[in-house]
Ligand binder design. Structure first.
Ligand code: SF4
Length: 224
């Protein structure tokens, strides 16, 4: 156990201090300095984000990247933004989180059997990382998968699916909401990302996200 703990510490220390992508380093730090008016009193995190949740999880949820005023502000993935609110509500309803909200890193949120991460750890401008930035960040995802050893994945959006496919050694597949792929490291369930762009337009509804989470939960063996 001590060895695993030290491996997690090494990984998370590496992630938090990473400066491999100059464009993203500049952006995350600029956003942390200029802030959004409603968050003016916050000290933004402004650094890369490790994943969070249950380190012995059976289900790994893979998103795109932290939001500029969400994770990049609060210091935790899927925290303080609309995507986080949608995801945690779905996880809570599925019995995989102890509360339905995710607002700040010290809010007492605990995930049960679930680890949440992303293919890129720094907030990208317009939520669009470049292929090189995704490749730069891939070793961190590979290491998280090695340490967590999940039985199944939920990929949020096509960029997450491609990034995950590259990380687990699966041929890239055409994304479709609700599709399930077999990878060398477990089944991958696809869902549209719960970004405002998808939830405001009705492309992703609450029922659709709930269904994808429940399918992934089942494949991960968490419904027993
Ligand atoms: S996106 Fe990943 S590889 Fe690039 S600077 Fe951030 S943590 Fe490092």
């Amino acid at each position: 156990m001590a060895k695993v703990d030290s491996e997690w510490k090494k990984l998370n220390d590496q992630i938090i201090s990473c400066r491999l992508c100059p464009r993203l380093v500049a952006y995350r730090e600029e956003v942390a300095k200029t802030k959004k008016r409603e968050f003016a009193s916050w000290t933004y995190w402004g650094k890369p984000l490790p994943g969070f949740g249950d380190k012995n999880a059976s289900l790994m949820i893979v998103g795109l990247a932290p939001a500029a005023h969400g994770g990049n502000r609060t210091g935790r993935m899927f925290t303080g933004d609309s995507s986080g609110a949608w995801l945690m509500r779905a996880l809570y309803k599925a019995g995989l989180a102890n509360k339905p909200t995710s607002e700040r890193a010290d809010d007492g949120l605990e995930l049960k059997g679930v680890y949440v991460t992303a293919v890129v750890r720094c907030a990208p401008p317009a939520n669009k990382p470049t292929p090189q930035e995704i490749a730069n960040c891939r070793p961190y995802l590979i290491e998280e998968i090695r340490l967590v050893k999940p039985r199944a994945f939920l990929a949020l959006g096509s960029i997450a699916l491609n990034g995950l496919a590259d990380a687990v050694g699966m041929k890239r597949q055409k994304f479709a909401h609700g599709k399930i792929f077999e990878s060398p490291q477990g089944k991958i369930v696809c869902s549209y990302h719960p970004s405002r762009q998808n939830t405001n337009t009705g492309r992703l509804t609450e029922d659709m996200l709930d269904a994808a989470v429940n399918t992934a939960k089942k494949l991960a063996g968490l419904d027993a």
